[in-house]
Design a protein around this ligand. Structure first.
Ligand code: ADP
Length: 580
């Protein structure tokens, strides 16, 4: 019952499973003790009845009181233990799960974070774990304990009087059958709810992103109407979901209670036919109220348990993603990057197929090709942001999939389009390139990357806060910060993504000097968009549909009469920006 499937379905840690078992055990004990109380009541009633009918002496009042007190004490203690075992232990579980997730995230391939947005990850660590917490504390122990205690009591009743027992118990499996039947409906609702929530947030995001155009074209009313309709639809799905869940849960509760009616009917018939005495029916009626109680508590939560599967799935998705691990000792012989028959797929579609090429130390290797041909993917793989699924990538003869990403990246400087800026000053944002660099070193790198020009316009110069809460920088300015970082880091391998739009001609010329200094003597892999870069490269790798279509020096490739590169170069014209 509490195996691996159970652990995965509810995203529990091993300790969590042990806790649930303990909670279930104490629930069984508590339920049986309460049932024992019903037994005492039954015994007392029988004594009173015999007093009434046969004039026997009443039981000793002290004995009755003593028994009642002893029962209350026992009941209190078992309830306390049950509470401790179910609620108390869950807090440890929540903490362990969150820490476990955070630790896992730390070890995941960096590329994973490009695929799942951060809001989504935060939602899993906080929201999903919260939802699971409720299930762990309120549902699992109670429900599984109730299964066991009900089974024990059911066997006892069946042995005592099977006919009456069936009349009493049939409602329990019937109610559960209805609930489990509704499981698919619950899942569909929860998916529909998620979809409509995404539609709403997409709508809001779209409106915010396009607010200027919307204002400029006087379309505010139309946009708001559209958004309103989406929110209304979301609300409708939500209400519908709650209604259907409520119907099923209450339906199940009603079915279970129909057991009272059938017990009375069957009991009355048995009394009339002289098969049983009135007291037996009385006992069954006492028990019936107790048998349903634990389920009543869980019924309301069972829908939540079904819905929680989505949260558990999201938690398990993180737990199941393979971590990027490896040796912390990275000692390559030189810094040639060698792709050997590399294949890669983000999801199912193969993005790179049998890619082989070498980017030599001291040379600039340009990756060119149409958009979507796999250039960025090659650059990401070269830095082990993802692991290749086939073939291998070596740096200085070392297979990078055997090197811890953090150790590997000390030898890399990256200038990519999507520069990450932190909520800190310009100075600190550049210092990220090399922690421990002095202010003078930072300023020198910044000057070389031509940051001075725009930083001098900021209110507090290099001490101005940028990023989330500070001033916003343009694409070109961000890229210059990124170049300054790379200059500061001075790593032997440079990965460079030339953004077509980021730099205007003037600042490009200014940055070019810094760039060429940055690149001198390094292994440079550049995702090229400009003809100038391409023609200055030592080596060109033309990618097409995830394969290497052509490779060679610019001269060699231009010499091929019907080569792709030559064709593209002629088409674009040597002076134009080269994007396809
Ligand atoms: P390029 O840089 O040449 O434009 P990319 O390497 O970015 O090409 O993309 C190659 C293919 O991989 C494209 O079909 C793209 O849609 C897909 N792709 C790129 N990044 C991701 C990602 N993070 N998840 C899934 N697919 C991706």
């Amino acid at each position: 019952m509490f195996g691996k499937t159970f652990q995965r379905r509810y995203a529990l840690t091993e300790q969590g499973v042990r806790n649930v078992k303990k909670g279930a055990l104490w629930t069984v004990v508590t339920n049986l003790v309460v049932m024992g109380g019903t037994g005492i009541l039954y015994l007392l009633m029988t004594r009173f009845m015999t007093t009434l009918t046969d004039g026997a002496a009443l039981p000793n009042a002290w004995a009755v009181m003593g028994m009642t007190l002893a029962f209350l004490l026992l009941s209190f203690l078992t309830h306390l233990e049950q509470y401790r075992a179910t609620y108390g232990l869950v807090y440890g579980e929540v903490k362990a799960t969150r820490l476990g997730l955070a630790e896992r995230l730390r070890k995941l391939p960096l590329g994973y974070f490009g695929r799942r947005d951060l809001a989504d990850l935060t939602e899993t660590i906080m929201g999903d774990v919260n939802r699971m917490e409720h299930v762990w504390s309120h549902c699992l122990g109670y429900l599984y304990g109730a299964y066991v205690s009900t089974a024990i009591i059911a066997v006892m009743l069946l042995v005592y009087d099977w006919r009456l027992a069936i009349a009493t118990l049939w409602g329990v499996p019937a109610a559960f059958a209805l609930l489990f039947g509704s499981r698919r409906v619950a899942r569909r609702n929860s998916e529909a709810l998620k979809a409509s929530a995404v539609t709403v947030s997409d709508g809001i995001q779209e409106a915010l992103e396009n607010i200027r155009e919307i204002r400029a074209t006087n379309q505010e009313a139309r946009y708001l109407d559209g958004l309103n309709a989406k929110i209304d639809a979301h609300e409708r799905v939500n209400i519908h979901g709650e209604l259907v869940t409520g119907l099923f849960v209450n339906g199940a509760s009603v079915i279970m209670r129909l057991g009272v009616a059938t017990t009375i009917l069957a009991g009355a018939q048995s009394i009339l036919s002289g098969r049983i005495g009135f007291m037996l029916l009385f006992m069954f009626l006492l028990i019936i109220t107790r048998i349903y109680a634990p389920f009543d508590q869980s019924l309301a939560l069972i829908a939540e348990m079904f819905m929680s599967q989505v949260s558990a799935g999201r938690i398990m998705e993180i737990e199941d993603t393979p971590a990027a691990t490896g040796s912390e000792d990275f000692r390559p012989a030189g810094h040639d990057i060698v792709f050997k028959n590399v294949g890669f797929a983000y999801d199912n579609e193969q993005v790179l197929k049998g890619v082989s090429f070498t980017a030599r130390e001291g040379e600039v290797t340009a990756l060119v090709g149409p958009s979507g041909s796999g250039k960025s993917t090659c650059a990401r793989l070269a830095a082990r942001l993802w692991d290749a699924s086939e073939g291998s990538i070596e740096v200085g003869g070392v297979d990078i999939s055997t090197v811890e990403p953090e150790a590997l990246l000390t030898d890399y400087a990256m200038v990519f389009q999507d520069v990450m800026l932190f909520d800190d000053t310009v100075m600190e944002n550049i210092r990220l390139g090399r922690r421990g660099a002095t202010d003078d070193e930072v300023l020198e790198a910044a000057r070389a990357a031509n940051c001075d020009e725009f930083v001098s316009r900021l209110p507090q110069g290099y001490a101005t806060a940028i990023g989330e809460n500070g001033v916003k920088l343009s694409g070109g300015e961000r890229q210059r910060i990124s170049i300054a970082r790379a200059l500061l880091k001075d790593a032997p391998i440079v990965l460079l993504d030339e953004a077509t739009a980021s730099l205007d001609v003037e600042s490009e010329t200014k940055v070019q000097g810094a760039l060429s200094r940055l690149l001198r003597g390094k292994t440079v892999l550049v995702i090229a968009h400009r003809m100038r870069t391409v023609q200055a490269a030592d080596r060109i790798v033309v990618l097409k549909d995830g394969r290497v279509a052509e490779e060679g020096s610019p001269k060699e490739l231009m010499a091929k009469p019907d080569g792709i590169f030559r064709h593209m170069a002629e088409l674009q014209g040597a002076s134009a920006n080269w994007s396809l």
